[in-house]
Design a protein around this ligand. Sequence first.
Ligand code: HEC
Ligand code: HEC
Length: 200
Amino acid sequence: MTGWVLIAACASPEAPRAGVLWKMEDHAGPAIQARDAVIIGDLAAVHAAGAALEARGPVPGLSREDRAAIAGVQMAGARLSRVNGRADAAGAAAALAEACADCHVARGVAVPLEASGAGHSQPARAMWAALLSGDGAGWRGGAAALAAAPMPTDAEPRAWRDLVARVDVAGDADTSATRAAGYASVAIACQACHAAEEPS
Ligand code: HEC
Ligand code: HEC
């Protein structure tokens, strides 16, 4: 709950934000770009988002723990900037989210669910937010909702069954590392429908 209080406090106009932390908008945006590019298998966009994250170092005045967390995010960005295939990209995006979670968990920050999205993309975003927040209950709830989501019209049923099977396994993950591995596995199933034919 502390996280929500923190976010509410930061959302108020008088709350000082800039300079207190490595600025949130500088990393949340490229992370979402990386995640969404992974789902559609756009490796060039994954590389660009990774490079943007790698370039964003700590702002002055941070604690040693926060600097270490940001270095972890930069390393995850560097990995994203060099992924050489879709499965690699899925793993790198999940590793990024795990690196983000290190700081959020230490500070008790709960990352809120994005407002946009419909159908099966909403529970997938809930899993992402839970992964970023180290929120086990949110993760299980998101996985249950995704597994129960209606198959999109005209989708390939085999690809949907594969997704549901991976989500069922991922939903049992109860550590940051196993949730990240589960997210990578699920993202590969998303790619089966959302990414164009793999070149070569
Ligand atoms: C050094 C600590 C730290 C790291 C690393 C970090 N965050 Fe945060 N994050 C916070 C704090 C503290 C808040 C809540 C306060 C705030 O919003 O400024 C937050 C809030 C958020 C929010 C809520 C919306 C917002 O703007 O407040 C999102 C989204 C978010 N982080 C995404 C990420 C992503 C994605 C990463 C990894 C690429 C990441 N964070 C890495 C500390 C961190
Ligand atoms: C079996 C094929 C299939 C799988 C697997 C699949 N999708 Fe989709 N997705 C679709 C189709 C078809 C649409 C368009 C129709 C619709 O929205 O129902 C769609 C729409 C979307 C949209 C755009 C609409 C919106 O809600 O914002 C997003 C984003 C999305 N999917 C993300 C994902 C993610 C993330 C995953 C993996 C967790 C995933 N999809 C898995 C077939 C699939």
